[in-house]
Design a binder for this molecule. Structure first.
Ligand SMILES: [Fe+2]
Length: 254
């Protein structure tokens, strides 16, 4: 069993997100963490540039995609989970706290009754301390809420994928002012991460979002589109009678 997995980062300069492929070498199983679906909010158009980079890497190393792991429902980019799953297989998973996020944003976007806020859009919901395997890589989930209620850290061997819980040292931590965010919870989550063995390698979702330290925090540019897709595990909202899917923008609610 490999203790130290290989980790390949993929940086998306548009959203400043880092996605990761974690694997045990050519021909092994792999997991993709926080994949990005490119989205142009001016045109309402998605594209697959970032997803194709990851799919090319998976194919080039003959990897078998076992898991597509979300560290939380992101507010700054759309997930490419559906794209990756349809092209390469794998199970889409997130923390069980996603149901709290779905309740809040399901109400904001008025998506009932067609949208169950039970996490069933995902193939698996992880609870705290749950263990799982990526091929031969033993893995574990730490619930690390605070930035969002559904935040989790994925421990794969000596690698910890902390999402937005912790940024690079000059970036600090993620913001806690989204619905369900809680600075006290985030502090406890940070302690859990810092209590991991000192040899642990930490992989953050963002290099640094310095703007988030400003006193007047605007919502992320893709917050409203991103949440509507990400709370559906990467699926766009169901098409209306004319066959077109729409993203909603609530007026004076955010
Ligand atoms: Fe985030």
């Amino acid at each position: 069993m490999s203790v130290n997995p290989l980790v390949q980062p993929f940086y998306d300069p548009v959203s400043s997100t880092v996605s990761y492929v974690v694997h045990a070498g050519a021909g092994s199983a792999c997991a993709v963490i926080d994949p990005v679906l490119d989205f142009d909010p001016r045109a309402g158009r998605t594209s697959r540039l970032q997803a194709e980079r990851i799919l090319d890497f998976i194919a080039a190393h003959s990897l078998v995609l076992a898991w597509i792991l979300e560290t939380h429902v992101h507010a700054d980019h759309l997930t490419a989970a559906c794209v990756l799953k349809s092209r390469a297989g794998g199970r889409v998973a997130i923390g069980a706290g996603v149901v709290a996020v779905q309740r809040v944003f399901g109400e904001l976007f008025n998506v009932a009754p067609g949208f169950p806020s039970d996490g069933s859009q995902f193939d698996h919901l992880f609870i705290d301390d749950e263990t799982f395997a990526i091929g031969d890589l033993a893995s574990r989930v730490l619930a690390t809420p605070g930035h969002t209620p559904d935040g989790v850290t994925y421990l794969v061997g000596d690698a910890a994928f902390v999402g937005d819980t912790m940024f690079m040292p000059d970036g600090g931590t993620a913001r806690c002012d989204f619905p369900g965010g809680d600075a006290r919870l985030l502090y406890r989550s940070l302690r859990r991460i810092l209590d991991l063995p000192t040899a642990t390698r930490l992989f953050t979702a963002f290099v640094a979002l310095r703007n988030e330290r400003d006193a007047a925090l605007p919502p992320p540019a893709l917050l409203l589109p991103a949440v509507q897709v990400n709370m559906r595990a990467g699926a766009v909202p169901p098409p209306e009678a004319n066959g077109v899917s729409y993203l909603k923008i609530p007026i004076d609610r955010w």
